[in-house]
Design a protein around this ligand. Structure first.
Ligand code: CS2
Length: 496
């Protein structure tokens, strides 16, 4: 297979015409610089989501847009994309079906650390109107347990703050107008949050730029949704066999995609509605449902699924007991707390999620979801738990999920093997385990008070404080499967 592969040519503008198979190609002229959009954080998610919507806008005749993508950390994606003239394939998989399409919306890729001048030029260009961001939760450099900026972290080279501040300063100096910063990360009120954190940064770093930014920059809230597992070598090889061309930047995803964007722009924007994007006044209802039902269930499947020995989401959700727990967590605990919206039926939304998770054609690794838990669980679980607690209600399924996360951070699997915990707070959490020794009550208290993950409202609730060590105990003392079964039997005994 490898020798056959090495003889194949790479996907590029020149070879695109020779690509075999049923593949949709860009329906607009390639190789003509268009500008308009800079994207920070070019990973698989951007390539399978915002770039596809931009490609749809281009294909629909809104031709003035192209993406200059920036990788803030490693140059790896640049090295995959540039030899391909930034073309890549999106493969949508569901059951036996695989629809393929080549995306041509990305026109340049730079690694910020190696080519800061090119990144700055793109941000400062008068033709740039939009900066989209997918930098993950931790890319916002918040202090643990709060939405305040961690200034020391934010001021490092290559963060969104230093990169944006340089670009905005140049725009201000050149008088070339504001931009719209579109956060596409899974955080509540992502646009508002970005605006606040950026203001906090600039007020300290460059107060006159802070004032200019407040007047000229818009940060709409958005909800992004598409499941995009990390691509495997085998998938790249299989695509090359099918098409005759090697595409090292391909992405594999599900057919579903959603983008809800608050209609608040500082200037022009692409007609992303050509790809199905919805522009609304307020994204709150969509956002809360997405974070608490989809992402919340994902995290439960990840920590419990790993505990039970599964590797992939579709395996974990096929486990009848874990599936029941996730349904209870979603429908009995999270859904009743969602803001009411005529556009959203939580029951139908939850059912559709379980079908998406069950997609056997996607090898979505639980480990991919389990990473950075400290940055994810406050908005996915803790917000629901605190709201319910204030209304005098418990959240037993969420509590067991929370215990599953905490046990995951020990870095030791049920058979005693150790693994690396991929989380910016991993060291701090490991120290808490060490400090607690075998005392589970102490462990629970240390996590609540010292991990930096739990908001104060959690810590001051005696109900939540008591329930957490009990949930930890059930996993640590009885094991993953018995803990899950005990939860389901207890739940069955409850009157609805
Ligand atoms: C996942 C998300 O990795 C994770 O934490 O929950 O990336 C999820 O796949 C996307 O938000 C789906 O839109």
């Amino acid at each position: 297979m490898h020798s056959a592969l090495s003889q194949k040519r790479r996907l590029s503008i020149a070879t695109l015409g020779s690509m075999r198979g049923e593949i949709a190609r860009p329906a607009f002229r390639l190789g003509r610089p268009r500008g308009g959009i800079v994207h920070l954080g070019i990973g698989a998610f951007h390539r399978a989501h915002q770039a596809v919507y931009t490609d749809d806008a281009l294909a629909a005749g809104d031709e003035g847009w192209g993406i200059t993508a920036v990788s803030l950390r490693s140059p790896a994606v640049r090295d995959l994309m540039v030899p391909q003239d930034n073309l890549y394939t999106v493969m949508e998989r569901s059951g036996q079906r695989a629809a393929m399409r080549v995306i041509g919306a990305v026109e340049a890729v730079y690694a910020a650390r190696e080519n800061p001048a090119a990144v700055l030029a793109a941000l400062a260009s008068p033709t740039t109107h939009i900066v989209t961001l997918t930098v993950t939760e931790k890319g916002y450099c918040r202090q643990a347990g709060s939405n305040q900026l961690d200034y020391a972290q934010a001021a490092q080279p290559g963060t969104i703050y230093t990169v944006l501040a340089a670009g905005l300063a140049q725009r201000k100096a050149a008088g070339c107008g504001g931009v719209t910063l579109v956060s596409c990360d899974n955080l509540p009120g992502n646009g508002h949050l970005l605006a606040e954190l950026l203001a906090e940064y600039l007020e300290r770093d460059n107060p006159s730029l802070a004032a200019w930014t407040a007047r000229h920059v818009a940060c709409p809230d958005t909800v992004v949704d598409r499941i995009v597992p990390a691509v495997t070598r085998a998938e790249i090889d299989a695509l090359a066999e099918r098409t005759g061309l090697i595409d090292r930047a391909m992405v594999v995803t599900e057919p579903f995609r959603q983008w809800v964007i608050q209609n608040r722009f500082a200037g022009p924007r692409p007609r992303w509605e050509a790809g199905g994007a919805q522009f609304v006044d307020n994204v709150h209802a969509f956002e809360t449902a997405k974070l608490r039902l989809l992402n919340g269930s994902h995290s439960t499947l990840a920590y419990f699924g790993i505990g039970l020995g599964f590797d992939f989401v579709h395996e974990a959700v096929a486990d009848p007991a874990l599936n029941s727990m996730v349904q209870i967590q979603m429908m009995k605990e999270a859904a009743p707390c969602l803001p009411r919206s005529a556009d959203l039926d939580p029951g139908a939304y939850g059912d559709a999620l379980l079908r998406r998770f069950a997609n056997p054609a996607l090898d979505h690794r639980l480990k991919q979801i389990a990473m950075d838990g400290s940055q994810k669980i406050p908005q996915r679980w803790l917000a629901t738990m605190i709201e319910r607690d204030k209304a005098g209600q418990g959240s037993a399924a969420h509590m067991l999920s929370l215990a599953a996360w905490a046990v995951h951070t020990r870095g030791r699997s049920a058979n005693g093997a150790s693994y690396k915990v991929d989380d910016p707070l991993a060291d701090r959490l490991r120290d808490l385990w060490r400090e607690a020794g075998s005392d589970i009550d102490r462990l629970a208290g240390l996590f609540i008070d010292k991990s930096g993950v739990f908001p104060t409202e959690f810590g001051i609730s005696s109900r939540l404080r008591q329930a957490f060590p009990a949930a930890l105990r059930s996993i640590l003392e009885c094991g993953w499967r018995p803990a899950l079964d005990a939860f389901l039997s207890w739940h069955e005994g409850q009157i609805d």
